[in-house]
Design a protein around this ligand. Structure first.
Ligand code: COA
Ligand code: MG
Length: 291
């Protein structure tokens, strides 16, 4: 399953679901949490459940963001959506791997009853939304078999610590959020799962999104949350290896294949060793390309 672009669709809007289905996103995250008003939660559950039934006709994989464990809604959310057609669950406001385990235990019997293979439903955790979560980022390793990715969120964490803004005047993250972003990268690498960058809220600013996505990819993120269909093309492009990167990676993989006993090689006047080979293999895997 590709996790380059993950587009949020509020669970109370059929119109947005239709648009999102055509957006080119790899994943749609049908939201039952913060994008849905409390009065609309139960109607949204019904609607999202109907979207899952249509999954075969929809190109993107379908995930559902359920309500956090402390809301009392999580069990009903899961019961409404866990069945064939659902690719995964996004877990918000997780306080650490024990919350992932708790949600997974709720999914287990539902998956079984639906006749699905165990652990086929994957989980993406929003891993930095509470202060407690910031101290539990090491808990995702070794990874639960359902865990596909970690992402991070700035809004809920900001409210919890009482900030007045999470951005500097030039639009960059303030220090507390740079910490959360970087810790998400380290936690993902530590668990061996994909790091997904958080959303870019100014959805009309494509140029700013592009600059930000390039920085995210440079730092190791492999995909990004989208909140508007207009953001999907930029995200897909920025998180796909370019033709030059693929050609370079092929060259490195081929050079090591031609010299199976070498740990280090000179290619075009530059030194390459095993970390470069691994990075090149990752690039080719991301491109879906063979060497
Ligand atoms: N998925 C699908 N379609 C979307 C969409 C989304 N996330 N965001 C916007 N659209 C649609 C709109 O419905 C509109 O379609 P229409 O012309 O047929 O009515 C079209 O794209 C253009 O939308 P636009 O006018 O540019 O934005 P808006 O003011 O209608 O919506 C938001 C702005 C922020 C409310 C909307 O983008 C949104 O709901 N985003 C997701 C929010 C969310 O899920 N948040 C939770 C995670 S943080
Ligand atoms: Mg939130």
């Amino acid at each position: 399953m590709r996790l380059r672009s993950l587009l949020f669709v509020p669970g109370d809007s059929d119109r947005k679901f239709e648009k999102a289905a055509q957006s080119g996103a790899d994943v749609l995250i049908c939201d039952l949490e913060d994008a849905v008003a409390p009065s609309q939660k139960s109607a949204a559950r019904q609607r999202v459940s109907q979207w899952i039934d249509r999954a075969e006709d929809v190109a993107p994989s379908l995930f559902v963001r359920v309500n956090a464990l402390d809301t009392g809604f999580t069990g009903d959310d899961l019961a409404a959506v866990v069945r064939p057609g659902l690719a995964g669950i996004m877990v918000p406001k997780a306080n650490g791997a024990h919350d992932l385990d708790a949600i997974s235990s709720l999914i287990d019997p539902l998956e079984k009853t639906a006749g699905m293979e165990a652990n086929v439903i994957r989980i993406v955790v929003v891993a930095t939304e509470t202060p407690a979560a910031m101290f539990a980022l090491g808990s995702y390793a070794p990874p639960h078999p359902r865990l596909a990715a970690l992402t991070w969120g700035a809004e809920d964490l900001g409210a919890a610590i009482g900030i007045t803004s999470n951005k500097e005047s030039d639009g960059s993250w303030t220090f507390p959020f740079q910490v959360a972003r970087a810790q998400c990268l380290f936690a993902s690498a530590n668990a061996g799962v994909a790091p997904i960058d958080t959303l870019y809220s100014d959805f009309r600013d494509s140029a700013g999104l592009e600059v930000d996505c390039r920085a995210a990819r440079r730092d190791g993120f492999t995909g990004r949350i989208a909140i508007h269909p207009n953001q999907v093309e930029t995200i897909n492009r920025c998180f796909s290896p370019s033709a030059e990167e693929i050609a370079e990676a092929r060259k490195i993989v081929r050079a090591f294949a031609d010299n199976p006993d070498a740990g280090t090689l000179g290619i075009d006047g530059k030194m390459y060793d095993i970390p470069h080979l691994k990075a090149a293999q990752k690039t080719l895997a991301a491109a879906g390309a063979s060497s």
